[in-house]
Structures are given as C-alpha cells and as structure tokens.
Design a protein around this ligand. Structure first.
Ligand SMILES: Nc1nc2c(ncn2[C@@H]2O[C@H](COP(=O)(O)OP(=O)(O)OP(=O)(O)O)[C@@H](O)[C@H]2O)c(=O)[nH]1
Ligand SMILES: [Mg+2]
Length: 109
C-alpha cells in the first residue's frame, strides 16, 4: 500500500521555496523566478509526497494563483518566510487567513 500526500509550499516571492524543494531533491541548480506551479515527487519508504511549489510574488498574488490550481486535497502546508525580511513573516499570517477563508467557502458550498 502506497500512501500519497500532497504538500504545498507557500510564502511570498523570493523567500526560498524553490531552493527548499531543490535541497530536498538534491538538485544543485540556482532557482529562477517561479512562474508556474511545479510538482516534485518524493518517495519516503511507502509514502509518496507530491510537493507543490507555488508561484507568485505578493500575498494576494500567491493566494490567487494557489486557489486557481484547484488541487482537490492538500494534506499539509509549509509556510516559508525569509528571516532577514520581517514583512515576509507577516505575509504568512495573511496567506493563512486567505487560505482559511477560501477553505470555509469550499466547505459551505
Ligand atoms: N544560500 C541560500 N540562498 C537562498 C536561501 N533561500 C533562498 N536563497 C536564494 O534566494 C533566491 C530566491 O530563492 P527561491 O528559492 O527562488 O525563492 P522562491 O520563494 O521560490 O521565490 P520565487 O522567485 O518567487 O519563486 C535564490 O537566488 C536562492 O538561491 C538559503 O536558505 N540559502
Ligand atoms: Mg520559486
């Protein structure tokens, strides 16, 4: 039995989402601006993880792009911020608020 989980990486532009995915996959490239969603598959024993790297620069942009993918089930969210950029930390809470609002709309509909 293979278990499959979908994990999305969220955070504003430039916080290191793509390089984080690259590190996990041991890809040594330097990432360029992410314009499209990228899916990376990771195998951990009998767990199959689809890591979703989300494009977008500002909070609303990231949230809208993420919503537009219409991923049916997301098991985990990874929120990333840049420790040298205070605003990118606040952005996480704004992103989470937008995500919860969207989630409750889906639940109501
Ligand atoms: N050395 C080092 N470089 C980092 C780290 N995080 C990010 N960077 C660099 O910062 C830049 C932005 O990182 P990305 O991984 O592209 O950031 P992103 O969140 O995917 O940003 P988007 O361009 O919006 O997709 C890249 O040039 C990375 O090489 C880190 O922890 N260590
Ligand atoms: Mg990126």
């Amino acid at each position: 039995m293979v278990y499959r989980k979908v994990v999305a990486i969220l955070g504003v532009g430039g916080v290191g989402k793509t390089i984080f995915a690259y590190r996990i996959l041991k890809i040594s490239d330097t990432p360029v601006l992410t314009l499209r969603p990228s899916y990376y598959r990771i195998y951990l024993g009998d767990l199959e993880v689809d890591l979703v790297d989300v494009p977008g620069q500002r909070v609303f942009d990231v949230a809208m792009k993420f919503a537009s993918f219409k991923i049916p089930v997301i098991d985990r969210l990874i929120y990333m911020y840049d420790v040298t950029n205070y605003e990118s930390l606040f952005a996480i809470s704004e992103l989470h608020t937008l995500f919860i609002e969207r989630g409750s709309q889906v639940a109501k509909g």
